[in-house]
Design a protein around this ligand. Structure first.
Ligand code: GTP
Ligand code: MG
Length: 300
């Protein structure tokens, strides 16, 4: 069979996690309209007759100046090494800029086979696609460009075929029932972070980490107890997160709980506390405590 690791790389907010989720057919990574949503390397496995594709979703490339961002950039960079293929995700509706070309060339220089998924074609004039593809070829970017829409599910079979074709013959890398390398507890923390990314603006969601203290199924009834800390980096962020009379937090927790219940297929009893850890994003010991460490495929 065809099998291999595929690093999913691209600028922040390009649509990498959305694409991985639809390709795998399950939500393995959270998604939001804000850049820097994904902070970890996340495995998502696609299985079909004669093919297994182990997608490695990564944090998007983004210029920012915290130790957390630096670590995220290293994670993306390391994930692109030691894989069978790089799937470079480009947000087609933004056109093609010089920085896109430079980044694509940077990854081509890894000497790993590469395919470009030119995504979000549902929100752009179709006529722009040939011109952009031509520009890429003229720039010397000599690899397959596959226009897709993750949102509308367009051309995904073609993309999977193009990927499978470039993978080597080999044994499956994971048993068929393994879809991700992340635990339910990890996804619970991520769902909380996703709802915070959707609800709050500016630096607030980027300065949040979620630490799950309790994740336990009760012996009776289909019910989980979840207790977590929402860590923010400034006292004024805490006030905004909680909101007047606690309303903002209550609403956000309610959205998160519903989403957790859907994910677990069970009732969730959710309690949460907002805590301040000054500038945790720049403190190595706290980054580690909250689970942010350099990731590469070899740690899968
Ligand atoms: N219209 C449209 N929107 C999309 C598509 N794919 C993703 N999006 C949207 O683009 C935004 C970013 O999507 P993500 O999947 O979180 O992007 P990402 O590349 O993983 O972002 P980071 O994790 O921050 O690097 C979200 O609002 C998605 O709903 C698509 O095919 N069409
Ligand atoms: Mg992402």
């Amino acid at each position: 069979m065809k099998s291999g690791f595929v690093a999913v790389i691209g600028k922040a907010n390009a649509g990498k996690s959305t694409l991985v989720n639809v390709l795998v057919g399950e939500k393995v990574a959270i998604v939001s309209p804000k850049p820097q949503t994904t902070r970890d390397r996340i495995l998502g496995v696609y299985n079909a007759e004669g093919v297994q594709i182990a997608f490695v979703d990564t944090p998007g490339i983004y210029k920012s100046k915290t130790a957390l961002s630096d670590m995220m950039m290293r994670t993306a960079e390391n994930s692109a090494k030691d894989v069978e293929l790089i799937l470079y995700v480009h947000d087609g509706h933004k056109g093609v800029s010089d920085s896109d070309v430079a980044l694509m060339k940077h990854y081509l220089a890894f000497k790993v086979p590469m395919i470009i998924a030119y995504t979000k074609t549902d929100i752009m004039p179709e006529g722009n696609i040939p011109a952009d593809v031509k520009r890429l070829y003229e720039e010397g970017i000599d690899c397959d460009v596959v226009p897709v829409s993750a949102r509308k599910g367009k051309n995904l079979d073609k993309l999977k075929e193009a990927i499978a074709e470039m993978l080597p013959e080999g044994e499956p890398l994971f048993p068929e029932d393994v879809l991700s390398d992340k635990s339910e507890k990890f996804m619970i923390a991520e769902i909380m972070r996703e709802k915070i990314l959707l609800r709050y603006d500016k630096e607030i969601p980027h300065g949040v980490a979620v630490l799950v203290n309790t994740f336990q199924k009760r012996e009776e009834g289909n019910l989980y107890d979840v207790d977590l800390d929402i860590i923010c980096e400034k006292a004024n962020h805490k006030a905004i997160l909680i909101g007047r009379q606690g309303r903002a937090l209550k609403e956000t927790l309610s959205f998160a709980r519903k989403s957790m219940e859907e994910f677990l297929g069970a009732k969730v009893f959710l309690t949460a506390y907002v805590k301040v850890k000054d500038d945790w994003r720049d403190k190595a010991n706290l980054l580690k405590e909250y689970g942010y460490e350099d990731g590469s495929k070899s740690s899968l």
